[in-house]
Ligand binder design. Structure first.
Ligand code: FAD
Length: 510
């Protein structure tokens, strides 16, 4: 045996899970396909990050028709949290229940907010979460945040006041960034404009390397191996237990063995791994008796919305401080009795960021826009459609079929937000909705549930039919809600870790 617990992937799910079990005395081995993300000047270079895609994978995936595209995702110790915007919101109480939309509905979760609540508390502490209770109109019941909110810069304070005067309820966006707002000289975060989408050169971002893997590795029986790409999971003849994890390593193919295997490779890669693990006991892929693995892929309907007032400069450096949930559970429009989604500030667009996206903005325009823009990120829930799915082509490449849904709901949110911004005095409002390559919020491909005929994982995120296989990344979610997914991935990993710890305590069969 190489370990008691073998974790595949070191991102939000895998990194948090490793830390959660680090003090258990169990022998833990984390296999990570990527390496440590190099700390270098280019971390904060927009051209390197957004144009050269220095920290994104160079592999191509294919869409439903076989057309290649380059997914905006990275393979590093810490997973995609190395690049994330660190906006960390809890799901709302209503997000755990069925929700109707004009095009369909989301399913009930097999657990409630209260089941996850203590784990949200723990995750927020580990990831240095800053925020303020009592202002978000659909905030779930909770205690105070571990750290006080990030203060608005003066321009943003005015925007928040104007939104309030407009009848809305702006709240400080919860952020997982290590900073002491009361004594900024003592804390690593310097409130710069290279946060969203950039790696943090200062390691101030609460990412899964800094807040998950590094503390886990401080324990004596935890090991991380990098550059290890897992290819297949093999069971014995009865298919009931994973016996071997096959991987490509820098020194050639190798097989690892552990008492328990925890898959945390991200929603697309975890599904792809199970599908690639076809074997006599599992002819459709491991844990895929009902053909569900890879299905119900979700990624949010997301748009960037840029409001420009050419008469007024926006000098904000750290812009990501306002959240809006006034339309989260109800549009407020009598003719549309549905939820619309969530709005939050985007990291400040700079001339460098806009210029790096050369195809979008000519240089002159980029400068004008960046100096005068107020930038937002709008998110609407997409529905779990079984035809939106991950598959693995015969040559091993990932195929991602995704037809956007709930589009009208998102368009309504966009239209509403643009109207508000114009009323606030921004004559020019431009938006752009993300395409298939925007896989940042990937989720749902191995959903959890009670019934093996309609879910891949059981309520504890153990694969139906495979006794020693768990999944703790974003793939477990039966619906994605309209808040950013990471905190829920982290909290769920902690919940599953508690269950696994209890299983070992009563003597998991070897
Ligand atoms: C630019 C960007 C901005 C984002 N902003 C936010 C935000 O503000 N708030 C938020 O909540 N979320 C945000 N996200 C999303 C967030 O990063 C993900 O939801 C989260 O990281 C998902 O966690 P995970 O454990 O499912 O996967 P990941 O964190 O991606 O971890 C998966 C890990 O598995 C490894 N791996 C993959 N395949 C294999 C294999 N075959 N063998 C071994 N290892 C493997 C990967 O290298 C990676 O380390 C953002 C993402 C991006 C890309």
């Amino acid at each position: 045996m190489d370990a008691d617990v073998l974790i595949i992937g070191s991102g939000a799910g895998g990194g948090t899970f490793a830390r959660a079990l680090a003090d258990s005395g169990l022998r833990i081995l984390v296999l990570e396909r990527g390496d440590y993300l190099t700390r270098e000047k280019a971390n904060w270079n927009a051209e390197a990050v957004f144009h050269e895609h220095r920290y994104h994978t160079d592999e191509d995936w294919r869409d439903a028709g076989g057309k290649p595209f380059r997914p905006v995702t990275g393979y590093h110790v810490g997973g995609n949290t190395k690049l994330y915007g660190a906006a960390v919101l809890r799901r709302r109480v209503s997000d755990f229940r069925r929700r109707r939309y004009p095009e369909g509905e989301t399913p009930d979760w097999p657990i409630s907010y209260e089941d996850l609540r203590p784990y949200y508390d723990q995750a927020e502490t580990w990831y240095h979460c800053h925020g303020q209770t009592g202002l978000d109109p659909c905030e779930p019941p909770r205690a105070e945040y571990p750290c006080p909110p990030f203060a608005h810069e003066p321009y943003l304070a005015e925007v928040a006041a104007a939104l309030g005067a407009h009848g809305l309820h702006p709240f400080p966006l919860p952020l997982a960034i290590h900073r002491n707002e009361a004594e900024p000289r003592l804390a690593p975060c310097i409130r710069c404009d290279t946060c969203d989408g950039f790696p943090c050169l200062l390691h101030a971002k609460g990412d899964a390397e800094v807040c998950g893997i590094a503390p886990a590795l401080a324990a004596p029986r935890v090991t991380l191996l990098t550059g290890i790409r897992v290819r297949r999971l093999l069971t014995g003849p009865d298919g009931r237990r994973v016996d071997a994890v096959e991987a490509d390593t820098p020194s050639g193919p190798r097989s690892y063995r552990a008492r328990l295997v925890v898959l945390a490779a991200g929603a697309v890669n975890s599904a792809a791994l199970l599908l690639a693990s076809r074997q006599p006991a599992w002819p459709q892929g491991l844990a895929n008796a009902h053909g569900l693995a890879g299905r119900h892929y979700m990624c949010h309907r997301n748009s960037v919305c840029v409001a420009v007032d050419p008469r007024r400069r926006n000098p904000t450096v750290f812009q990501k401080t306002i959240g809006i949930n006034d339309f989260y559970e109800d549009s407020g429009d009598a003719d549309f009795p549905y939820a619309l989604g969530h709005v939050q500030n985007l990291g400040k667009l700079t001339p460098e960021i806009l210029e790096a996206q050369k195809s979008l903005w000519p240089e002159e325009l980029a400068r004008l826009v960046a100096h005068h823009s107020l930038d937002w990120w709008l998110t609407t829930e997409d529905l779990p459609d079984a035809n939106n799915r991950v598959q693995v082509d015969d040559d091993g490449a990932i195929r991602l079929a995704y037809r956007p849904n709930n589009v009208d709901t998102h368009e309504r949110l966009l239209a509403k937000w643009k109207t508000i911004l114009r009323e606030l005095g921004y004559p020019l409002v431009h938006s752009q909705t993300m395409g298939i390559e925007a896989v940042a919020h990937q989720a749902g491909t191995l959903r959890f549930g009670h019934d093996p005929a309609s879910s891949v994982l059981d309520v504890n995120c153990r694969a139906h039919g495979v006794d020693n296989l768990y999944v703790v990344d974003a793939s477990f979610m039966p619906s994605i809600a309209a808040v950013n997914p990471s905190l829920t991935v982290m909290a769920n990993a902690l919940r599953v870790a508690d269950h696994v710890r209890a299983r070992f305590a009563v003597g998991l069969s070897p």
